[in-house]
Design a protein. Sequence first.
Length: 183
Amino acid sequence: MSKISVRLTTFMVAVAGLSTLAIISSCVESKSSFSNGGIMTAVRQNFSSAIDIVEIPFFISQGAQISGRPDEAKISEIKGDSGLLGYCVESKVVSRSGPFRIRVLLDKQLYVKQATVISYPWDHGREVRKHAFTSQFEGKSPNDPIQIGKDIDSMTGATISSRVMAEGVRDTIKLVELVREQH
């Protein structure tokens, strides 16, 4: 075998190994949510000094889930150089049209910094995704009712989804309170 063939074979094996490594590493889920560009963008808009997001493990058996909402929640701590900045919670809530996913960013006092609908696959009730609706949650605290008709106005054409979103945000705050006590 010539020197060129050996070098070419060695090069091909190295490229194949690096490609395999890249594929494997992209399939392994990181504990840090910063690998997700959508979360990172939302977090940086609300917490400019954020340097990392770390998922908090919690278990339903420890009482971390309260009224069935938010379901399938993923709770993460938002960290900066000075320590804890807040929390990011992504969860599924269920409306009459079906389930949809929300993201709630909370500061460390559990005031809502941002609430967004990150996935709403249904035609009916899509208005719940509008900023005019979701911005009403900003600044809400654990002491606020976060309830349609009290401190949140529903969206026309999305009354049930509006109610479910409000329940999801309210329950998200309660969930983080419980998880924080256990953590």
